[in-house]
Design a binder for this molecule. Sequence first.
Ligand SMILES: C[C@H](O)[C@H](O)[C@H]1CNC2=NC(N)=NC(=O)C2=N1
Length: 100
Amino acid sequence: MAGHKLSEAELQEALSSLPGWQIKEGKLYKEYKFNSFPTALGWMVTVGVHAETMGHHPEWLNVYNTVRVNLVTHDIDNAISNLDVELAKKMEELAAQNWK
Ligand SMILES: C[C@H](O)[C@H](O)[C@H]1CNC2=NC(N)=NC(=O)C2=N1
């Protein structure tokens, strides 16, 4: 499922409900800081299981307790899609639940 490219208005609306997220180099970006490496890794595993069920996967970099996330949709020419927003919302929900 490719999702659809968001209009500028849709993107701004999505950003208003995603605290700490921004557009950086054309990607939906956030830096998460967790309490510890195991906490960061646990969140990544849970997010990863969800990403796999969505068929939509993050670009991310983990260094100790920091995870930098970049979301973009490769299937539609690296545009930001509704699927990137859906995944970002899931990341927020999971970070708020257990690991902050
Ligand atoms: C066939 C498979 O579902 C696609 O290649 C999916 C996999 N995961 C993906 N993840 C992301 N971020 N963008 C995609 O376009 C994408 N495509």
